[in-house]
Design a protein around this ligand. Structure first.
Ligand code: ZN
Length: 164
């Protein structure tokens, strides 16, 4: 499934729908990041090593008080670019398969939650994908000393619809 970077998140909805947060939530929008495929070009470059490690640790559930995973599927999807079944080495807990969940990275300043496939780690590492600066800023500013639970936050998501 391809979605343009920074477009409104609508994974499970049709073209007239997208998802946002309820009015009393501190966040407003969900935006797509890293939904790549082989039919669409994407920005390439290198990201700061410390930033990559921060994302990798978050995917590895380090620290434990933070859960950025959402919508876990049974099984594993391959990389959309090279068809590999990708995995990463976590500094705690050994290898972890990618292609199983979505990630939610909050930006309190932007009032946005960025939503990406967990394969984004593989896209960055193996295919030199360079996510938009908005996402990298959110990742850099993500305060890992505070608890965060993407599943809990998901309860505040509502569907918006235009047209008939
Ligand atoms: Zn790949």
């Amino acid at each position: 499934m391809y979605f343009e970077d920074l477009s409104p998140y609508r994974y499970y909805a049709d073209d007239n729908c997208w998802y946002e947060f309820a009015d009393d939530c501190e966040f407003e929008k969900l935006l797509n990041i890293g939904w790549l495929d082989s039919n669409h070009s994407f920005q390439v470059g290198t990201i700061d090593d410390a930033l990559f490690k921060k994302l990798r640790d978050l995917v590895c559930c380090i620290p434990k008080r933070i859960n950025i995973h959402f919508a876990r599927i049974r099984g594993q999807r391959p990389c959309k670019l090279c068809k590999a079944y990708a995995k990463i080495r976590c500094k705690i807990g050994g290898m972890r398969h990618l292609g199983c969940t979505e990630l939610r990275i909050p930006s309190r300043e932007q009032k946005v939650v960025f939503t990406s496939p967990d394969m984004i780690l593989h896209y960055i590492e193996e295919h030199s994908y360079l996510p938009p600066v908005e996402f990298l800023d959110a990742l850099r500013n993500f305060d890992t000393s505070q608890p965060f639970d993407a599943e809990e936050l998901g309860k505040n998501i509502i569907e918006r619809r235009v047209g008939p």
